[in-house]
Ligand binder design. Structure first.
Ligand code: NCD
Ligand code: ZN
Length: 359
């Protein structure tokens, strides 16, 4: 058996569903899924119920998190037209601001220019802004990055025209960054057809040509691989109005290790995309004495029963992958061991980012 050591991975886009969606995921199950997927820090999205748009809502979620997280967690604040005046106070303990320009799960949406301008005026320049922008909304985000001369991070970019526009913006020297998800790298609209609601997420799965563009740009334009771990129950997915979103924390590293095995990217680039750049883009603190041990030669089939996420399913079930997470060490202590469930880090042992001192 070969053992390789990687740094603790960081997922800059995950949904831990607290408050209000605890039947889908909670801080203890979501961070167990994170650790077993090789992530030692995850940034959680604010489209909860209620959404994290006020200081009170964010502080409430932070208190719940502090009692339950098994790895480090940062919480995004959310932008909404009704709570523009709360932005400065919200920023203090948020890891960044999430602005939703396009439709997805949850009520958060910003669809007017005055609200966008207020976000850029009031959100502190020291804190990142992340955008859900699809199609021409990407051009809106790039325009704001240029006009305000401040960084904008684009979530789950999935289409050729979008990634090519971001590449042009970067060539023009604009401070933009972006993430892509493993599901957009490994699945297309043909899989969406096969999977039905289990293959439905926002942005939707795209054409082969879009996927080819993401792989072409993985070497330079793309900054981060992010899971967009968006758990919903099988019952919800089987309902008349299935919510969009799929789990991703436990399949992203094996999928990307499989791509390394197939020669589609190097291990060094994987580490940049899943650890180095996520920390840099979001200004996250180092985690001392923290690493992930993997067996790159382990070959196995992804199985729903092996998952830690509360939703208990993945669109990748049945797929053969190379590369298994064996052990995760967080700040010198074993936090996950694939052979020993008792080694799983305890709820409450993770740290909030930023901490209560704001750093
Ligand atoms: C996400 C969710 O379920 O919260 N769903 C999704 O399809 N990606 C929302 C989001 O990230 O846009
Ligand atoms: Zn998301």
């Amino acid at each position: 058996m070969t053992t390789l050591r990687l740094p603790g991975l960081v997922d800059v886009h995950t949904h831990l569903r607290v408050p209000g969606g605890e039947h889908k995921e909670d801080f203890a199950t979501g961070t167990a899924a994170a650790l077993s997927g090789g992530f030692t820090c995850v940034l959680a999205m604010p489209n909860t119920s209620p959404p994290l748009v006020t200081r009170t809502a964010l502080q409430g979620a932070r208190q719940l998190a502090q009692a339950s997280i098994r790895c480090d967690v940062g919480l995004f604040g959310g932008a909404s037209p009704e709570h523009i005046d709360d932005l400065a106070a919200l920023a203090e303990h948020a890891v960044g601001l999430k602005i939703y320009l396009n439709d997805t799960f949850g009520p958060l949406r910003v669809e007017d220019l005055p609200t966008l301008q207020a976000c850029f005026d009031r959100w502190p320049r020291t804190k990142p802004i992340a955008m859900h922008a699809e199609g021409q909304s990407v051009a809106v985000g790039i325009g704001l990055a240029a006009a305000y001369h401040r960084p904008v991070h684009f979530c789950h970019i999935s289409r050729r025209d979008e990634i090519e526009l971001i590449a042009s913006a970067k060539q023009a020297g604009l401070p933009v960054t972006c993430e892509v998800t493993p599901h957009h790298l490994f699945l297309t609209e043909a899989d969406a057809h096969r999977l039905g609601p289990l293959g439905d997420m926002r942005p939707r799965l795209a054409r082969q040509d879009d996927q080819d563009a993401l792989w072409q740009h993985l070497a330079n334009t793309v900054d981060c691989i992010a899971t967009d771990h968006a758990p919903h129950t099988l019952a919800e997915k089987a309902s008349d109005n299935p919510p969009p979103g799929v789990a991703g924390l436990e399949t992203s590293l094996p999928l990307m290790l499989t791509a390394v095995r197939q020669g589609r990217l190097t291990m060094a680039r994987l580490v940049e995309l899943m650890a180095v750049n996520p920390r840099r883009v979001f200004g996250l603190p180092d985690q001392a004495d923290t690493f992930v041990e993997i067996d790159p030669d382990a070959r196995y089939e992804i199985a729903n029963h092996a998952l830690h996420t509360k939703c208990g399913w993945t669109p990748f079930a049945g797929m053969q992958v190379w590369g298994r997470v064996q052990r995760v060490v967080l700040r010198g202590a074993v936090a996950y061991d694939s052979d020993d469930p008792d080694q799983m880090a305890q709820p409450g042992s993770g740290r909030l980012v930023p901490g209560n001192d704001g750093r």
